[in-house]
Write a protein that binds this ligand. Sequence first.
Ligand SMILES: Cc1ncc(COP(=O)(O)O)c(C=O)c1O
Length: 378
Amino acid sequence: MRRVYLDHSATTPLDPEVLEAMLPWLREHFGNASSLHAWGRRARVAVEEAREEFAALIGAHPSEIVFTSGGTEANNAILKSCCQESGLTDTVVYSAVEHHAVIHPAEALARQGVRTAVLPVDSWGRVDPESVRPWNRPRTLISVMHANNETGVIEPIRAIRDAAPDALLHTDAVQSFGKIPFNVGQLGVDFATFSAHKIHGPKGIGAMYIRRGIDFKAHQHGGAQERNRRAGTEPVALIVGFQVAARRAVEQLEQRARHMERLTRLLRQLLRERIPGVLFNTPEEGALPNILNITFADAHKLDGDALILGMDLYGVGVSNGSACSAGTMQPSHVLLALGRTPAQARAAIRFSLSKDTTEEDIRYAVEALERVLMPMRD
Ligand SMILES: Cc1ncc(COP(=O)(O)O)c(C=O)c1O
């Protein structure tokens, strides 16, 4: 049976070049980057070179980059440290369509007395920059993702910064980095979050950008690593893997984006032609090149999990919302925020493509969907 993986927003396969770059740091170069001897110094050089290169890729200074275990840790650290350890803010404002890695720490902070507010979104899931104006105060952290992991919609980060120049601004760029240009200066953010496994890098490594001048204190304690901003022995092999994956993603950004955009357009066209009652949760303009999220007019007759499992029987991997909340049986909070009914949110399918997806993959996936839907609609 043909196997077609279209769940790259959940995670991506590791690029062979990334694995090759990592191997020496798992085998012979095993030193601890904090050790003073030759083994340690070699590891330190690798970590600092990765930091320099990643910083350059996003227009930052190396001292502004802190490696973390991924996007979830970075989001937690930024929100919690701002409100607690660093004492920078007393209010967190976030959009209704944020990833749970922002929403849940914000809710945890609210339980501890931090003031929180949720920014509404329009029917494509976009924040109106005007809605952040009332939150333009220095002790407020505004957290709005650069692009949404379920629908791919791109948020107006620059306009949000312009509407709230005095607030601290964080953006979760886990899905956007490597898919669309990302530059901290152009966006005007104070904090940003990244993850390697969405760009053909290894799982368990990511980074946070913390603008210079911000007195950021660690949320996790127990070591002076990362200039006292994140305790824990640096995972050198993962950091090198992240560096190479990020380099390749940025170097090949235009060509990858063109390829994925063409196939996403083809997917949209085939779905329109072949699947009656298809509704698009992803706009044609202003979304990432690799995500297309759909639902169905007759969603109340369909079972979302059965759709995903039905596609799986044909060898097609897709998801029905954020991978991190799959299995909880909750309708996606993102699709509800767009105004979809709970049934439409439950029946949604997210196709997420990669640089390696082919036209045949797309044609096969649409054919599989047609076959899966047919008996359900009879
Ligand atoms: C927008 C967004 N933020 C954060 C995360 C979590 O990142 P990680 O898997 O590196 O913890 C994800 C992963 O699905 C994501 O899509």
